[in-house]
Design a protein around this ligand. Structure first.
Ligand SMILES: N[C@@H](CCC(=O)N[C@@H](CS)C(=O)NCC(=O)O)C(=O)O
Length: 231
């Protein structure tokens, strides 16, 4: 099984969507079978010959699957004897809805906080492409975005409020065990952790404690990855 992800300096792999799948592969007890291959923003030839333009992409027994949510569904359908990522069909549909709702909003707020930090950890060859595409996306230079980045931290904190409510009686979003719903938001936190030193959560936040539990999962898999320690 091969997982294609984005390259980074110092192995600070940050792609939020790939992080969802890294957690999902651990959850499915399949991570040991996976070879990780890094793709450059400026050279996507390892995946583009199969029609893909974004990572993650999973190659498994001649099956090529793109889009993180599709990969998660594929893993659950293909390996039903392993722990389920969604626990039921109903949960899968609800999680898909949450995914589609949250991605554009949270991505755009968080990008305004960390995009300049991400720029610093991408490979030198990728900088021209990254600057051009992200400045177009954000309609500002990366330096201008960085200047007002701190202003977006409280906005980000407010945007994820619904998730706090889910933790009122549970350790994870859908109960006492993590499911793909947890990996959705956690992927964004790993994007930040592995590229940026900015503090996104306060220590008295239930989400701070949830993120800590997530970092501990699978023998500290995410915590062991190269990034900036969350203190
Ligand atoms: N909806 C896709 C989004 C994937 C995505 O945007 N991946 C980014 C990396 S985090 C990417 O590959 N970007 C390539 C580019 O910007 O050229 C998913 O869930 O997999």
């Amino acid at each position: 099984m091969i997982l294609y992800e984005l390259d980074a300096i110092n192995e600070q792999y940050f792609s939020p969507y790939t992080w969802r799948i890294l957690m999902a592969l651990n959850h499915k007890e399949l991570y040991e079978k996976v070879e990780r291959i890094q793709v450059k923003f400026s050279d996507k030839s390892p995946i583009s010959h199969k029609g893909f333009n974004t990572v993650p992409v999973l190659e498994d027994n001649k099956n090529w699957v793109g889009e993180s949510l599709q990969i998660a569904k594929y893993l659950d359908e293909t390996y039903p004897d392993k722990p389920s990522l969604f626990s039921s069909k109903e949960n899968m549909h609800l999680t898909s809805l949450i995914n589609l709702y949250m991605d554009p909003k949270i991505l755009s707020i968080l990008a305004r906080i960390i995009v300049f930090d991400v720029y610093k950890v991408i490979q030198p060859d990728d900088k021209i492409y990254f600057r051009a595409t992200r400045e177009k996306m954000l309609n500002k230079t990366l330096e201008e975005v960085e200047q007002e980045s701190k202003k977006f931290i409280p906005i980000f904190q407010k945007e994820i409020n619904p998730f706090r409510k889910l933790l009122k009686n549970n350790d994870f979003f859908t109960g006492d065990k993590p499911t793909y719903c947890d990996y959705l938001l956690f992927g964004f936190f790993m994007w930040a952790r592995n590229s940026s030193k900015k503090q996104l959560l306060e220590k008295d936040d239930v989400l701070w404690h949830w993120r800590d539990r997530m970092l501990n999962l699978f023998d500290g898999f995410a915590r062991k990855s190269n990034g900036y320690k969350i203190v």
